[in-house]
Design a protein. Sequence first.
Length: 320
Amino acid sequence: MNPNTASNAMLLKIFKQYGGIFLSLIILCVIFSVMNPRFMSLANFMNVLQQVAVIAIAAFGMTWVILLGEIDLSIGSIIAVAGMVGAQCFAFGMGFAPALVLTLFAGAVMGLINGVLTAKLLLPSFIVTVATMGIYRGLVSLPTNGAPAMIMDETWTAIGTESFLGLPIIIWIVLVLFVANQILLGKTTFGRRAYLTGGNREAALYSGIKVDRLKITIFMISGLMAAVSGVLLSSRLYSAQTNAGMSYELDAIAAAVLGGTSLAGGVGTMVGTLIGALIIGVMNNGMNMLSVPYFYQLIVKGLVILVAVWLDVRAKRAKQ
């Protein structure tokens, strides 16, 4: 095949897959720019990217879970717990490295609990994660009786506030995790097993895939990604807040679904999720700049999720 023909075919495939959602992102940016000229300023652009970072990383984990046809509604609470674990580590005199390790470990353990309850006890992930969402959210308040916990460690706070080679460190972290998740999903046996299991669980079982182990591992990935988001959020806030991560599960689901991840399982990409996270970030930032009340923002995001699911259902019916 002619190299030019092959590259053109690849570009056409990419455009078909992501052209619509990328165009939606551009249209949103134009609309908010017209309504508020400050929206397209460099300072606001960098602010949007940093806000998107927390959502995007949580959405990477959510994408894995949704690929299996499952859901994780506890990630907002895990984000809050992660920040509090870090804050308490510093309160007990630990250094940056052990605090970070313990924080990420806590996220993985909370994901492990979700996975075991779902895979081994055969409980619906929706019910499991609604329950653990409340449990984890309650645990956040135990160390401080609901009060915020300040974080004074300079290395921790630098993650969310300092730059490296002209880009905020938080953006570098998103890029690294995006590449890692994309490679794991698209280039490894583990990723192929996730696609197969989400698309046809019976076929996955007959092919020898240990579905329960895969499910538990993926919930652990979701918990780990949420913990990273918790580190970034607490770093930007210089504190662990008991209400941190509220409604972030909705943002993560919306980002994944907008990016083409099917709630039925078996379909999705990290590239799509990243673009979806950018759309959610632009929406959040644009509505904040226009002083749209928070409850209206929730309505808008709920409608966005409904439209995205409707489009997904339509696409599946068209293929049948």
